[in-house]
Design a protein around this ligand. Structure first.
Ligand SMILES: Cc1ncc(C[n+]2csc(CCOP(=O)(O)OP(=O)(O)O)c2C)c(N)n1
Length: 368
């Protein structure tokens, strides 16, 4: 084995599914010749894109102004998230990480709830059962175990939905993710593992996570793996739709590797210029997921300038509302941690609650 082969980039392969090129050209690879999208679907993808990118920009600005504790930007990953989340049925169930703002948007979660979490005034304030969308998971890869278990439960309940679990290229190296692959595989659970391979796990590049393209790992666990251009919303949508349908029909799990790129910092606490070169970012800027849909829509006469203008206006209004709502979010009652972690109390919890209440009361003005 040569040094070159040891350090070869396990990146995009020739069998990576693409239906819309970075230049906005529609392509039809074998097996996908007859895939069609209506003009409405394409316009809706574009609208989702612009709105979630605007939410992301506004949240980043709010963090910079000290209004959020931290923010994990999704910039560049819009197609991976919108394409996959729009392939879900309402009765399917999603397990996200902490960067799935686009998927949350598609599931109908008000973005102010994401801002509340990152502002530190709540712990993720939506009811997972209402949206079939779990709470954000910061512990890398843990949600894949929840997803495999939930899918096994659905199967035993006779439900005919599927589960979609998001995780990153870094998470692919976690034990939890690999254990969930084993369980889902041997129990034929209806779960689609959706890896957003954005090339970096904070400062650790993909080459330090794997020697083979990630989708190829699935074979070793006994289910299909497929690689898709993660910046191509059409390809992501079609591939995810098929995998979810297969899972619902009892054909078991699948692993989708969406090849994409984290355009910004890992979080607002990070400085990516310390570990990656500007040329790499520039290369990916040319593959922007929004631009290719914009070009396709315009070139095929599916929209006019008024369409783009109205979405721009909608995005600006959304950002202004979000900003106002964010600044008005109330500080939480500090005692809330005792009421919302455990279903039932215990003597130790009672004692800690009383101690904490006394501590708060010791300040002038009591718990305020
Ligand atoms: C179990 C665990 N180990 C380490 C961390 C610290 N950590 C936070 S994000 C991250 C990298 C995750 O990279 P990846 O899975 O590729 O997702 P991305 O952030 O790129 O979307 C790490 C190691 C953590 N949150 N949980």
């Amino acid at each position: 084995m040569t040094v070159d082969s040891m350090t070869a980039s396990p990146r995009q392969g020739t069998d990576c599914v693409q239906l819309l090129t970075p230049e906005g050209e529609r392509v039809r690879p074998p097996g996908y010749e007859n895939v069609e999208f209506s003009a409405d679907e394409l316009r809706n993808f574009y609208r989702d894109f612009v709105l979630i990118r605007r939410i992301d920009t506004e949240a980043t600005a709010l963090q910079r102004q000290g209004e959020l504790g931290i923010w994990a930007s999704l910039l560049g990953q819009e197609a991976a998230q919108v394409g996959s989340a729009r392939a879900l049925r309402p009765d399917d169930y999603v397990f996200p990480t902490y960067r799935e703002h686009g998927a949350a948007w598609c599931r109908g979660i008000d973005p102010i709830r994401l801002l509340g979490l990152y502002r530190g005034v709540d712990h993720g304030d939506w009811d997972p059962a209402e949206y079939n969308f779990g709470l954000y998971t910061i512990v890398i890869g843990a949600q894949c175990l929840h997803a495999a278990g939930y899918a096994m439960g659905m199967m035993r309940d006779g439900a005919d939905g599927a589960v979609l679990a998001y995780f990153g290229d870094g998470a692919s190296a976690q034990g939890d993710v690999n254990e969930s692959f084993i369980w889902a595989g041997v129990f034929n659970a209806p779960v689609v593992f959706f890896c957003q391979n954005n090339q970096w796990a904070i400062s650790v590049p993909l080459q330090r996570q794997t020697r083979t393209p990630l989708y190829k790992r699935a074979e070793g666990f006994g289910f299909p793996g497929i690689q898709v251009d993660g910046n191509d919303v059409l390809a992501v949508h079609e591939v995810t739709k098929r995998a979810l349908q297969n899972a619902r029909e009892g054909n078991g799990p699948a692993l989708i590797e969406a090849v994409t790129y984290r355009m910004g910092a890992h979080t607002t606490n990070d400085d990516p210029t310390r570990y990656r070169i500007a040329g790499e970012v520039e290369e990916w800027r040319l593959k922007d997921p929004i631009e290719r849909v914009r070009v396709y829509l315009a070139r095929n006469g599916l929209v006019d300038q008024a369409f783009f203008d109205s979405i721009e206006e909608e995005a600006n209004d959304l950002a202004a509302t979000l900003r106002k709502q964010c600044l008005a979010l109330p500080d939480p009652d500090p005692m809330r941690v005792f009421s919302e972690v455990y279903a039932e109390s215990s003597p130790l919890l009672d004692e800690e609650r009383e101690q904490f209440a006394r501590y708060l009361a010791s300040f002038e003005g009591g718990a305020q």
